[in-house]
Design a protein around this ligand. Structure first.
Ligand code: RB5
Length: 148
C-alpha cells in the first residue's frame, strides 16, 4: 500500500524508523518531510500529507510530531480526513474498524520506537468494518455547507 508519511523536526528520527518498518511490511511509504532536525512548523507537514490523502493519491497517511496532537488537528481540518492520535494499538485498530480513519498520528515524545511500530502495524492491517451503523456514523462526521 502507498502510505504518505510526514513529521515535524521532533518526529524526524521516528519518521525514518517508521518508513523503514513500513518497507519491511511490504508497503510503499513516501516521505513528505521534514528532512532534518532543524526546527520547523508541524502544520506544513500535516497539511501536505492530509491533502495527498484527501486528494486520493494515497489511501492512508501517518503523521508524527512531539505529541501527535498538533499535526492531527491540522490533518482533521482538511475535508475528507479522519485523523486519530494514538499512543496504544487498540485504539489505532478500532479507529480503522469503526471510524474509518485515514490518517494515524502519534507523538515521538510519547511512544518509543517499538510501541510505535505496534501501533502502526495494527492500524495499517485493520480494515473498516463497513457495517451500516459504522458507515452511518462516519457519514454523519462529514461537514456539509450548512454545518449540520
Ligand atoms: C514542537 O515543539 C511541538 O509543539 C510539536 O512537535 C507538537 O508536539 C505539537 O503538537
Amino acid at each position: 500500500m502507498k502510505i504518505a508519511v510526514g513529521s515535524d523536526h521532533v518526529g524526524f528520527e521516528m519518521k525514518a524508523i517508521i518508513i523503514e518498518y513500513l518497507k519491511t511490511l511490504g508497503h510503499s511509504p513516501v516521505d513528505f518531510g521534514t528532512h532534518s532536525v532543524e526546527s520547523t512548523d508541524y502544520p506544513v507537514y500535516g497539511r501536505k500529507v492530509a491533502t495527498e490523502v484527501a486528494g486520493g493519491n494515497f489511501p492512508l497517511g501517518i503523521l508524527i510530531c512531539g505529541t501527535g496532537v498538533g499535526i492531527s488537528i491540522v490533518a482533521n481540518k482538511v475535508q475528507g480526513i479522519r485523523s486519530v492520535v494514538c499512543s496504544e494499538p487498540y485504539s489505532a485498530k478500532l479507529s480503522r474498524m469503526h471510524n474509518d480513519t485515514n490518517i494515524l498520528a502519534f507523538g515521538a515524545r510519547v511512544v518509543g520506537f517499538e510501541l510505535a511500530k505496534m501501533i502502526v502495524l495494527e492500524w495499517v492491517n485493520a480494515q473498516f468494518e463497513g457495517e451500516e451503523r459504522h458507515q452511518r456514523r462516519v457519514d454523519m462526521i462529514t461537514i456539509n455547507p450548512k454545518g449540520d
